[in-house]
Design a protein around this ligand. Structure first.
Ligand code: UFG
Length: 342
């Protein structure tokens, strides 16, 4: 059984990837300082995987603690999620983002070099393509000036890996996610939203549970079918599975040096109003909404060309938007119940 370290393994995409690793016969080892998570995720993960799941409470910025913990384990590969991810917060507090996200990737790569671990998967984002109206977005699309410090940390992260692979035997993929939504089918893990959610689906589920009065739809005067923005919403379980396909391919590869990037999305665009309507239909809950001003920084349309991941990783997104929205609501309901009886 191969040991795979998952940094940020208690986070949204990380936790779902831990489950899929386990389902595919890998032994996931979690490293997370709970800065954007909570202990209950460990309990849920243990239920979905195994009671003796290893969870290392380590701040990735602390290289000594990283070294101390990781030298004790034989690790075959690393999937690196641990990073901050709020675009708005990164604009207001860029140093927090550069410090955590850049120090984090450098530290984990340095320890991997020291311990001779050569397989690395980096959690990147479609944000590296910046503001573009060229859809679908393929990997050949230029990586242009980042729209936020958060986006810049993803671009810099990719550059660091590329430079490392040019200098030594090291194998890595950057996976560029479009818009992950939904939750595990069990409803016991999902996207935790502290405070007012920035992303559409966590906001929607908080309108559905009555925490928020209504959803603000940011603009309906875009040049799209109904005037609202188009995004490529991908079920988080499909996204998590893609990591396993990528890892399988890296681990069997005999080549010494590999670096490549893959878009992960469905290849289909959905408007904000279409998403609201799908949520209402599948969960039988009415969502009150208002059309408000455009949100600054939003692009009109962003959806992926996923041909490369389909062909080279043999991975396909299989779950629907409806599956995702049903599971998102199941997760929100589970979480609310748990908070009530806490
Ligand atoms: N939206 C609303 N109301 C809300 C929240 C969002 O109308 O309350 C709309 C947005 O305007 C956008 C769509 O819903 O049209 C999706 O917005 P999200 O905030 O959920 O997602 P983004 O597409 O803005 O964010 C994604 C990734 C980020 C990445 C960013 C930029 O999740 O990690 O794209 O590439 F940085």
């Amino acid at each position: 059984m191969k040991n795979i370290l998952v940094t940020g393994g208690l986070g949204y995409i990380g936790s779902h990837t831990v489950v899929e690793l386990y389902n595919k016969g890998y032994n996931p080892i979690v490293l997370d300082d709970k800065s954007n998570s909570e202990k209950s995720v460990i309990d849920s993960l243990k239920k979905l995987t195994k009671e003796d799941l290893i969870v290392l409470d380590v701040d990735i910025k602390n290289i000594n603690s990283l070294r101390e913990n990781l030298t004790k384990i034989n690790i075959d590969g690393v999937i690196h999620f641990a990073a901050y991810k709020s675009v708005g917060e990164s604009v207001n507090n860029p140093l927090k983002y550069y410090s955590n996200n850049i120090t984090g990737i450098i530290n984990i790569l340095m320890i991997m070099q020291d311990l001779n671990i050569n397989n690395f998967i980096f959690s990147s984002s479609c944000t590296v393509y910046g503001e573009t109206n060229q859809v679908p977005i393929g990997e050949f699309h230029p990586v242009v000036e980042a729209m936020s410090p958060y986006g810049n940390t993803k671009q810099i992260g990719e550059e660091i890996i590329k430079d490392l692979v040019s200098s030594t035997d090291f194998k890595a993929y950057s996976l560029r996610y479009f818009n992950p939504i939904g939750a595990h089918g069990s409803g016991v893990i999902g996207e935790l939203a502290y405070g007012v959610p920035n992303h559409l689906v966590p906001y929607l589920t908080q309108v559905a549970n009555g925490t928020r009065g209504g959803l603000n739809v940011f603009g309906n005067d875009y040049n799209t079918i109904d005037g609202t923005c188009i995004r490529d919403y991908i079920h988080v379980v499909d996204l998590a599975k893609a990591h396993i396909y990528a890892l399988d391919k890296l681990l069997i590869s005999k080549e010494g040096r590999i670096y490549d990037v893959y878009n992960l999305g469905t290849g289909k665009g959905t408007s904000v109003l279409e998403l609201i309507s799908a949520f209402e239909k599948v969960n039988k809950i009415k969502i009150p909404y208002n059309i408000v001003e455009r949100r600054s920084g939003d692009v009109e349309q962003a959806f992926a060309d996923v041909t490369k991941a389909n062909k080279e990783l043999n991975w396909f997104a299989k779950l629907s938007i409806e599956d995702a929205l049903k599971s998102a609501w199941k997760w929100q309901s589970y979480y609310d119940k748990k908070q009530k009886y806490k």
